[in-house]
Design a protein around this ligand. Structure first.
Ligand code: NAP
Ligand code: ZN
Ligand code: ZN
Length: 428
């Protein structure tokens, strides 16, 4: 493959194609096979063929032309805005195209052309109003990865063409006591990625959209060896399950850990536990996912509805990470904990849990909660994933499939995270 001659201005003028160039490996090193593979997904066969067979150096314009796709802005006729997303308008949760504006680049900002967005169960809870009325219209998505296409004058952390990630929050005040301690997740002015309002008054909208603008200190760098689609879920499912191991000292080899619910969060909790050298058991509604759990390194599945299996495992686990998204019995889980065992709740069902006082007190158990993770730990988690080759198991979909994917997620029918290929299927 010839070298693609790219100028800085091309990034802003053709963000999607510029991002694609970097998805494929950058301007110096796209292999012909990769390019031919990519055109089947992203581009125009004839134009790509002439690129592959062409001269040693190709103008970026020719590359961009080969991969250009028609804009879908017409789907939202008459709407103004510099960003195209899919939004829920009411608690039916149905998503449909929506045009809106992100802020213009500020000196400390980067613009990230989104390539992939993971679908978290929190997206579904929010758009359906499970946790209370949402600020409709809501563009969900807080597992965002992409390529930097604009860099503010004060930014040194990123350069054009870098891979970057955005998680569950996009801003914090940087001046309160919690921010001072690096505990951004407790900042009273924390700005969540969607269903929230930016400091300038603009609605914060999520990653089921074409680009995001964010201060560089709230965006993450992504290890070069990891596949972008598999990285997206790390930005929420990854950090939310990595943090409990670290914060509760459960990241020690030999500890017996139970992971409840083998969904998006659960499968990441299994992968981290295995990487820390723990003995991991999955507590799932059935044994249906046992082969996958074992392939991830888990020892076995304990079916949560099987009284004999629960009895056999009683009092054996040092820690439990509970990722279940719906109402379930916490007392059945605490019965599995060894003395001084810890259960960390990360799943957020709309109903409140019940505890068994005797179980808790007679074995000095701890039940705790954990919300995503701070900036520093999120970056640490991504670097850990780079070092250990960890990514999420994903089913990559087009944005047009998003409503069906929500139904399947609710039914637990996903192995193990839906990720939307934004660069393929959502074109501004
Ligand atoms: P998910 O992919 O849908 O997985 C949830 C899993 O829970 C399912 O795979 C299923 O596992 C189990 N489950 C579902 N319904 C159940 C029921 N009625 N009874 C028992 N088990 C059931 O969801 P996710 O994206 O991993 O998110 C999980 C939860 O964490 C959500 O509530 C989400 O809002 C929350 N969350 C919290 C944080 C945080 O900061 N703490 C961050 C992100 C997400 P099995 O099929 O194996 O039984
Ligand atoms: Zn999430
Ligand atoms: Zn703060």
């Amino acid at each position: 493959m010839p070298r693609v001659q790219v100028k800085n201005a091309d990034a802003k003028a053709f963000p999607r194609e510029f991002a694609l160039l970097h998805q494929l490996g950058g301007s110096d090193s796209i292999e012909s096979e990769k390019l031919v593979e990519a055109f089947a997904i992203y581009g125009d066969a004839a134009a790509v063929k002439s690129l592959v067979e062409g001269s040693d150096a190709v103008e970026f314009d020719a590359f961009a032309k080969a991969f250009a796709k028609p804009s879908q802005s017409a789907l939202v006729e008459g709407a103004e805005g510099n960003c195209l997303g899919w939004a829920a308008r009411d608690s039916s949760g149905t998503l449909a195209p929506y045009k809106f504006s992100r802020r213009e680049l500020q000196p400390n900002d980067v613009v990230i052309k989104i390539t992939h967005a993971g679908m978290c169960h929190s997206d579904l809870h929010t758009i359906k109003g499970d946790w209370g009325p949402a600020k409709y219209p809501v563009v969900p998505g807080h597992e965002i990865v992409g390529i930097v296409t604009e860099v503010g004058s004060g930014v040194s952390k990123f350069k054009l063409g870098d891979r970057a990630g955005v998680g569950v929050f996009v801003d914090s005040c940087r001046s309160c006591a919690q921010c001072g301690k690096g505990e951004q997740i407790f900042c009273p002015k924390l700005v969540y990625t969607y269903n929230a309002t930016h400091y300038d008054g603009l609605p914060a909208q999520g990653g089921y959209s074409t680009h995001v603008v964010i201060a560089d200190d709230h965006a993450y760098t992504i290890p070069a060896n990891l596949d972008l689609a598999g990285v997206a879920p790390l930005l929420c499912a990854g950090i939310t399950t990595y943090a409990p191991y670290k914060d509760h000292g459960l990241d020690k080899p030999g500890l017996k850990i139970g992971v409840v619910g083998l969904g998006g969060l659960g499968h990441m909790a299994v992968k981290f536990g295995v990487a820390f050298g723990c003995e991991v058991y999955v507590i799932s509604r059935s044994k249906a996912k046992e082969a996958e759990a074992i392939a991830m390194g888990a020892k076995a599945i304990i079916p949560s509805g099987d009284a004999d299996a629960l009895k056999a495992a009683a009092g054996t686990l040092d820690g439990i990470i509970d990722t279940v998204s719906a109402k379930h019995d916490i007392t059945a889980l605490t019965s599995l904990l060894a003395p001084r065992g810890r259960l960390v709740m990360v799943g957020l069902p709309p109903q409140q849990p019940t505890l068994n006082h005797f179980d808790m007190i007679l074995r000095n158990l701890t039940v705790s909660g954990s919300v995503i993770g701070n900036l520093a730990m999120t970056q640490e988690m991504l670097d850990f994933c780079g070092a250990h080759g960890i990514t999420a198991d994903v089913e990559v979909i087009d944005i047009d499939y998003v409503n069906e994917a929500m139904v399947r997620m609710e039914a637990g029918d996903v192995k193990f995270r839906f990720v939307i290929d934004i660069n393929k299927s959502l074109i501004l």
